[in-house]
Design a protein. Structure first.
Length: 255
């Protein structure tokens, strides 16, 4: 039985300061077991790996510097960041390419050991300037805890309306029948943004994927359109633009 699955749900962003602003979009995400990529391609006619199709998964769409094998890349990233746990299986919450286009503001990697315990998390953040950065955490599920949380300082420029001097708090619900990914952003005077994806599980089958595609044919395109549309509304509300630090591009921009 496939471990890879679909989650249909709602992406929401609630800005708290200096102005209030709320957006909600219905979407579907893939949770892909990276060991099942070849099997998914064989089972689902409209999905291809590293080649064009209605839905396609390209390794180079993730990680830094267009890695040819995303699992090997994540394993190396964990090692580089000092994660000691042995990782056997990696599941990736992401948006694949649909009709040739994809943009993932955040790609989340759930890393498991041989006993299938969650031992590490990688939150890979992308911005619209062709840059990408990962926040890596070694973790251990405590039996009585339903959610896992990780905190760190903000190190990467994302929104032109958000200051760099912030702190993140990531909260996840271990993927099951429901999934939750929450990111809260804090400034010196308190919380300024709550962002989340909350979804319900569906088996990743040809039928379910076709139905999801019919319901959300512009699932990936509306991400980038929504980013610019919401940015325009924030600008109209009077928010000032925060200058972007000059850094090297980490992945090729769409042409």
């Amino acid at each position: 039985m496939l471990k890879s699955t679909l989650y249909q749900g709602v992406v929401s962003h609630r800005r708290l300061k200096p102005v209030e602003h709320l957006l909600k979009y219905k979407m579907f995400y893939f949770l892909i077991d990276l060991d099942e990529l070849d099997e998914l391609e064989q089972r689902i006619a409209i999905l291809s790996i590293d080649k064009p199709n209605i839905i396609s998964f390209l390794n180079r769409d993730y990680g830094e510097d267009s890695p040819p094998d995303i699992k090997k890349y994540v394993l190396n990233k964990l090692k580089t960041e000092g994660v000691k746990a042995e990782v056997s299986r990696i599941c990736m919450l992401c948006l694949p390419r649909i009709f040739g286009y994809a943009f993932n503001p955040i790609t989340t990697y759930y890393c498991y050991n041989q006993a299938d315990h969650l031992v590490a998390m990688v939150y890979e953040v992308s911005n619209t300037f062709g840059e990408r950065h990962s926040y890596v955490f070694e973790t251990e599920q405590v039996a009585e805890e339903k959610y896992l949380t990780h905190s760190c300082d903000k190190e990467f420029y994302v929104s032109p309306f958000m200051p760099m001097e912030c702190r993140y708090k990531f909260t996840i619900l271990h993927p099951s029948e429901e999934i939750t990914l929450s990111i809260r952003q804090f400034h010196a005077d308190g919380a300024i943004l709550n962002a989340s994806f909350v979804g319900s599980r569906q088996p990743l089958t040809s039928r379910n994927l076709a139905v999801a595609l019919l319901k959300f044919p512009f699932n990936t395109v509306k991400v980038i359109i929504g980013i610019y549309w919401e940015a325009l509304k924030l600008w109209i509300k009077g928010l000032k633009i925060v200058a972007r630090p000059e850094v090297k591009l980490k992945y090729p921009q769409e042409k």
